[in-house]
Design a protein around this ligand. Sequence first.
Ligand code: KG4
Ligand code: ZN
Length: 371
Amino acid sequence: MPHTEPTCPDLPTPVMAIESSCDDTACAIVSTDGRILAEATLSQSGHVPFGGVVPEIAARAHLGALPALVRDTLRTAGMQPHDLGAIAASCGPGLIGGLIVGADMGKGMAIALDRPFIAVNHIEAHALTARLPGVAANGAPFPYLLLLVSGGHCQCIAVEGVGHYRRLGGTIDDAAGEAFDKVAKMLGLGWPGGPAVERLACEGDPHAVPLPRPLMGRPGCDFSFSGLKTAVAQKLPAEVRTALPRQQAADIAASFQQAVSDIVIDRLGHALEMMERPTTLVVAGGVAANGVLRTRLHEFATAHDLPFAAPPLRLCTDNAVMVAWAAIETMRARAALGLPVPNDIAMRPRPRWPLSDMAQRMTADTDGAAA
Ligand code: KG4
Ligand code: ZN
């Protein structure tokens, strides 16, 4: 039985949240004690023929899917709109068209229902997922080390408190998931590429193909995957790609996956030295679905005597539960400081929204402080 957080009697509950920052359309209802009352995520398929997310297709698909998704989520929770206490939506960073669709839907509901609207930073939502009751065995107390590895992000973050995030390092070129997707494309595996590369890698030898490990051993914990991707491309002249024997393709996939894992583990070792006594190692983002990487992360955490928290896959990839939970954590942290529930109705979605801006939310008493 997962533990729940104590109820804060003054906070509006439950929170309905919308996620539409990339290619997943999601809606969830979560109570302030952390119970998930309903959740639904739709992964868009319109991008498949293009081998990557097409922003315009994503925005239109969010627009088409959201009204029914919101209705279904309410029905699953057995609720009417007026049962909701607050509405939250991812307002950045992300693809601006999708963010506008989700934020406007949320704002419209908030206005119609006369409820607060809470703008959520999508990265902050990933960062706080581990604290959702029942996810981490120890509840992931602050400070903890977060590895965020998705299609758009690859960062090590010291999560020191709600609103207090220190970026220790990040990719200087491609995100980890982006590298998986590009290698999958070179191997003719389709999109999204990560799961396909992982499946093929199971049949291959991770030491068969020598590949570089960019930045490995260097100070700091920045990442670089572009040289690795180019090295894979060089092993695969365009004319042989389609005719590659399966074993050779599998060896490349396995060697690439091994190189990514080696890089991540090396960088994390450095990230750990840049933090004082983290309580937990937390991983989030779609690439955290990778079994080899997960095993390596677990071993790394054990070797450093750190509890390891990997949210279930549906909460690692983009989802609306994490958005609701970030809104709840923000309300709680503000309440502890004597600040009211934020009302961000005037805030415009932002394609870029650095985590360093979030501290302001814990000091300012202004509606739409993040605008
Ligand atoms: O977090 P996410 O669902 O969406 C965002 O990018 O925000 O992550 C998607 C990324 C894609 O690049 C996908 O190829 C990668 O996560 N991914 C994986 C695996 N499953 C998904 N990468 C490696 N191994 C996997 N099993
Ligand atoms: Zn994400």
